[in-house]
Design a protein around this ligand. Structure first.
Ligand code: 5GP
Length: 179
């Protein structure tokens, strides 16, 4: 698996430090409140697990599974809900935990859905952002790392369901996704 990686972009250590920093900021923002933290599966599962351990206010959490890529490396723009939330969001302070924002299509769909369900507030934290890929005008409230316009894997992010368990984020060798 490691042999398929061309270059490590963000190390395990750098991710750990950034997640702790995001956790401190979110703990301050949500002081005195009880946010509903929503993990967007599957890509955000590792970030979610690491992030909630650094948040010091009481939270509830829920999971939502969406798919917008299939096995390709660019968003189709069609967001499919594979698993919806278990908890009603009406009147809740909602924090969406995203792995990566590229075109922004997935997130804009989710934000609209939560607003339609009358969430009290909707904030977004993403570990990675590729602003160059954006096709809709949208920004996360909290961002870990800005990445170049490259397809990355690791720390929850997959290519055709592989590489999610790498502890760092890297770029695949071109022959892996062109064959
Ligand atoms: P968007 O809708 O913003 O184009 O894409 C968002 C989703 O596409 C992310 O939640 C993630 O699942 C996937 N995605 C976007 N860029 C990458 C990438 O570089 N690598 C991987 N593995 N998934 C990505």
């Amino acid at each position: 698996m490691q042999n398929d990686i061309l270059e490590v972009l963000i190390s395990e250590e750098d991710i750990r430090e950034k997640v702790a920093e995001l956790g401190r900021k979110l703990s301050a923002e949500y002081a005195g409140r009880n946010p509903l933290v929503i993990c967007v599966l599957k890509g955000a599962f590792i970030f979610m697990a690491d992030l909630v351990k650094t948040i010091t206010v009481p939270i509830e959490l829920d999971f939502m599974a969406v798919s917008s890529y299939g096995a390709a490396t660019k968003s189709t723009g069609i967001v499919k809900i594979i698993k919806d939330l278990d908890v009603p969001v009406e009147g809740r302070d909602v924090l969406i935990v995203e792995d990566i924002i590229d075109s922004g299509l997935t997130l804009s769909y989710l934000i609209e859905m939560l607003n339609n369900r009358n969430a009290k507030s909707t904030r977004v934290v993403t570990l990675f952002d590729k602003p160059v890929g954006r096709t809709v005008d949208l920004q996360a409230d909290y961002t870990g790392f800005i990445l170049p316009d490259a397809f990355v894997v690791g720390y929850g992010l997959d290519f055709a369901e592989k590489y999610r368990n790498l502890p760092y984020v890297g770029v695949l060798k071109p022959e892996i996704y062109t064959t």
